[in-house]
Every structure is written in C-alpha cells, then in structure tokens.
Ligand binder design. Structure first.
Ligand code: NAD
Length: 501
C-alpha cells in the first residue's frame, strides 16, 4: 500500500488539515484486493458550516486579488501536478483499480483544465461599446459570485474535481469540494498540491461524506453555486434542490452513448475503437460507448468484434498487460452481473459473458470480464439503462436514418460517434443528432478545455457547462456599467485648485 496514504483522511477547512469529530466513518477500499486503504469521515454539520464560513471570509480578499496573481497560482499548480503526476497516479490506481496509463490520463485531462484556468485574464474580459448614446459609453465586467461547491463522482477522482475548482477559483470565487466517498484520497492530494502552489488559506476546502453532507451544502444560504457530476437520479435531485434554494446549478449526469458504424468505415479502426471505448476503464466512463449501432453490411463484422473483444483481459494495475481494472465496489459488480443475467433472459445473444471472470492472485477484486450482447433491441433493459460496466450492446439497423432515429429516441445526450468514410454521412449525422458531443471517426469525443464539456438532455441539467468560456459564465456575474461624463466638467478639471489634503 502507498505509504503516503494516512490511516484516516483529514478534512481541509480554513487552510488546516484537521481530524473530523464525526462518529460515522467509511472505509475506502482497494477494488482490486478488497483491502482497506483508509477511512473517511462523514463530516459533521458543524464542520461543514465552518468550511462555508471560512470560504465566505476568504472570498472577501480573494475576489480583490489581482488576476495575474490568481493566474500565477494556476501556473505553479500546473507545474506541481505535472511533477507529481506519477505518484498521484499510483494512489489513484490503488483507490480506483484503474490501469496506470488510465490513471495518468485522468490526471492529465485535469492538468489541461488548470492550464486553461491560468489564462483567466483574457477569459474574464468584458465587452465595451462606445457612444451607446451621445457621450455615453457602456461596458461590462465579469465578477465572481462567491462561495461555490462541487460534488464529484468516483470514476474520475482527479479530472472532475479539476474541471471545477481551478476555474471557479481563478474567476475569484472560493470553493468547497465534496469528492466521492468511494475514492477521496486523490482529491485530498490535489488539495495538498494546491496549497503548495501558494493558494491562500480558505479559498479551497475539502469535506467528505455522502448524501446528508451534500444536502446540507445544497441548503446552505452562503453557497451561491453548485457543480455536480454523477448519476441521473442524483443529478436531478441536486438540480431540483439546488435551484429550489435559488442557487446556480450545473449537474452533469449519466449516459448511454452510441457509436454508429457505417459499412464504408475503416473496419480495423472501427472495431478497435468499439472495443477500447466500451470496455476501457471497465466501462466506468460517462463517455464510454455502451451501444454500437451496426448499419447494414457492418452487421457482418459481429464475429470479428467478438474475437477482438475476447482478447481483452482485466487485471491488477501493476501488471502492465492489464487492459482494464476492477469495478469500483462489490455492489457495482453485483449490479453489472444483474444486468448480464437480465440481458440473457430478455433474449439478447450473449456472445461473451464476463460474469465468471477472475484474476489469479486477486480473488477479492471486483472483476467483470468483457461482455458482448448481439441482436439487442431498444426495449431491453441492457439497452435502456446505464450499466456502467464492461458490457457492450450491438444493435442492428438498416439505414443511417434508422440509426439517427434510435440515438435521438434515447433520453441521454452525452456523447456519440460515427465511423464512416463519407463526409456527407458525417455531416448529416453531426447536424441531425440530438447529442451534445459528437465524434467523427473518434470514439470518445471529450472536448479540450478551451471548448466546454457539453452533454445534453438527461445527461445534463442546467445551462452553462464545465470548463471553457461556459465555466467562466457559470462562475461569474456580469456587471454592466453605463457611464456619462460631462464636457462642461473638463474646464473645471483643468482649472481646479490643487489642494493637498
Ligand atoms: P453518484 O451519483 O452515485 O455519486 C456522485 C456524487 O453524489 C458523490 O459525491 C456522492 O457522494 C453524491 N451522492 C450520491 N447519492 C446522493 C444523494 N442521494 N444525494 C446527494 N448526493 C449524493 O455517481 P457515481 O456512481 O459516483 O458516478 C457514476 C455516475 O456519474 C455515472 O452515472 C456516470 O455516467 C456519471 N458521470 C457523468 C459524467 C458527465 O460528465 N456527464 C462524468 C462522470 C461520471
């Protein structure tokens, strides 16, 4: 076990790492071995309130801190994250079971957001119009909104916290992070490095817990905005409750992402990308491809998809040959096994069944092998529900129009992709599809931080999305000034008596 993991996780409140007074604690386990890594407290209401009070106090100074100073902290933070990427990735592997490469990617995608946050001065430029009326000018500023809070899921314990607090803080806000209780160690390490980068006391706080702690944050009148990433039912609850308390809320939720495969596609690229994007990270990605829609002749590739997928082997992260790791918890594994059984009983053809998969030397890991269902139809629960495991459904359709209709009928709208050699097909797909992130011959089209992460429909509740210009809009208020100066005052200015006070 990593020696830098403490036996009890502290809270980070008012610039101090403190032990919680909570009577309720939760074990954080290694999903590949079942061993306990540490335990995390369910933060008490008093401790939560202290975090909010400290963040509110810190805001009064931080909002007036010059933008270049705020940007320089992000520059230093980016350098520290790069320097510590590998040790951080090892901790991330311990608590998530991800492969080492995947863990480094989780951190890297977060580092890119920190780089973006370092450009905050240009991102926060307002607008100006001269002479909106005679001798009257109009201009706008973006100003921070106050204390913001972030609630994050287990599946990207580095990237998703880093989607949130660097942008919020660079805008001049202060931030309370409530990471997933399933893997809160990495987020604590992120906060330690942020402190090392020179972040003043109180601008970032880290509290632990689950539903009750989140509800207290949603109700707290001093928190002005909530960023959430997680499942659909919780996302709806967060959006409804947060807005009921008159907060600004952005809630990124679950998904069921389709890849449409046209018969003219580059066959090898399409098949390899189907496999990597469906079972990579054990399917625990909100942008994972969980449905491949085979159009016409592409249906004949089913046996080859099966053969390539059969070669994929989960395993422990220290084994470099492991293609992906375990599921996050025994409960998550049970849930996925339940769907595999449902898929069989609903009549889909189970071409690969990973439910009995085990890994030598790791009998307590939450393993599920790659699982493939063919001839899946839109009424089956393996098609309608987000399984969040290494399970791929193949659906057959006759035409591009049928594929578009299928995708647009699904309630989710996080990501989709199309594999084709035809520009006309790709153009029609990108134009007509009701999904917020579209890949053309790219399986997982996650936008880089100068764009925004733009899920639609049941995959997102709110208006402004994560990172990019939209995050700056989300974490700021616009102040518009209309100014008039009188010409008659010029003469007075020129001849005014210079009295020294
Ligand atoms: P989750 O919804 O169970 O938990 C997310 C966060 O909400 C955690 O911090 C948790 O403590 C808290 N929470 C859980 N239940 C709560 C409740 N009843 N009330 C208030 N807070 C509660 O999600 P998860 O299992 O950690 O993550 C996986 C889900 O996240 C998947 O559905 C995945 O698609 C989604 N996800 C979406 C995106 C996206 O950008 N759209 C990105 C990553 C993950």
């Amino acid at each position: 076990m990593d020696k830098s993991i403490p036996t009890q996780l502290p809270l980070y409140i008012d610039g101090q790492w403190i032990q919680s007074d909570s009577k309720e604690w939760l074990d954080v386990t290694n999903p590949a071995t079942g061993e306990t890594l540490t335990r995390a407290p369910y933060t008490t209401p008093e401790e939560l309130r202290n975090a909010v009070i400290s963040a509110k106090k810190a805001f009064s100074e931080w909002k007036n801190t010059p933008i270049p100073t705020r940007a320089r902290i992000m520059l230093k933070y980016q350098a520290l994250l790069k320097e510590h990427q590998e040790p951080l990735a090892r901790i991330l592997c311990e608590e998530t079971g991800k492969t080492f490469e995947d863990a480094k990617g989780d951190i890297w995608r977060g580092i890119e957001v920190v780089e973006h946050a370092a450009n905050i001065a240009t991102l926060m430029m307002g607008e100006t119009v001269e002479n909106v009326a005679s001798a009257i000018d109009c201009y706008s500023y973006l100003q921070p909104i106050g204390v913001c809070a972030g609630i994050t899921p287990f599946n990207f314990p580095a990237m998703i916290p880093l989607w949130m607090f660097p942008m919020a803080i660079a805008c001049g806000n202060t931030f309370i992070l409530k990471p997933s209780e399933q893997d809160p160690i990495t987020p604590c390490k992120l906060a330690e490095l942020f402190e090392e980068a020179g972040a003043p006391k109180g601008i970032l706080q880290v509290v632990h817990g689950g539903r009750n702690q989140v509800d207290l944050l949603l109700e707290d009148p001093d928190i002005k905005a909530i960023s959430f990433v997680g499942s659909v039912p919780v996302g709806r609850h967060i959006y409804q409750t947060g807005t009921q308390y008159l907060k600004r809320v952005q809630a990124f939720a679950g998904a069921k992402n389709h890849m449409v495969v046209m018969p003219d596609a580059n066959k090898n690229a399409a098949i390899n990308n189907i496999i990597g994007s469906s079972v990579g990270a054990a399917g625990q990605r909100c942008m994972a491809i969980s449905v491949a829609v085979l159009v016409g002749e592409a249906q004949q590739w089913t046996p080859e998809i099966r053969d390539v997928m059969a070669k994929v082997k989960p395993g422990h992260w220290k084994n470099q040959d492991s293609d992906y790791g375990p599921l996050i918890s025994p409960a998550a594994r049970e849930r996925v096994l339940g769907y595999i059984e449902k898929g069989k009983s609903e009549g889909a053809d189970c071409l690969l069944d990973g439910s009995k998969f085990s890994v030598t030397d790791f009998p307590n890991g939450n393993w599920v092998g790659p699982t493939l269902f063919a001839n899946v139809t839109a009424d089956m629960s393996i098609y309608t529900d987000e399984i969040f495991g290494p399970v791929l459904c193949l659906v057959n359709v006759d035409s591009l129009d049928d594929a578009i209709q299928l995708v647009n009928t699904s309630p989710y709208g996080n990501g989709t992709s199309i594999f084709t050699a035809s520009g006309a097909v790709a153009r029609k797909y990108q134009h007509e599809i009701l999904v917020g992130q579209v890949g053309i011959n790219i399986p997982i089209p996650v936008p880089l931080p100068f764009f925004s992460f733009t899920g639609w429909r049941a995959s997102f509740y709110g208006d402004q999305h994560a990172y990019g210009k939209q995050a700056v809009r989300f974490y700021t208020e616009t102040k518009t000034v209309t100014a008039r100066w009188f010409d008659s005052d010029i003469e007075h200015a020129e001849h005014a008596n210079m009295t020294i006070h």
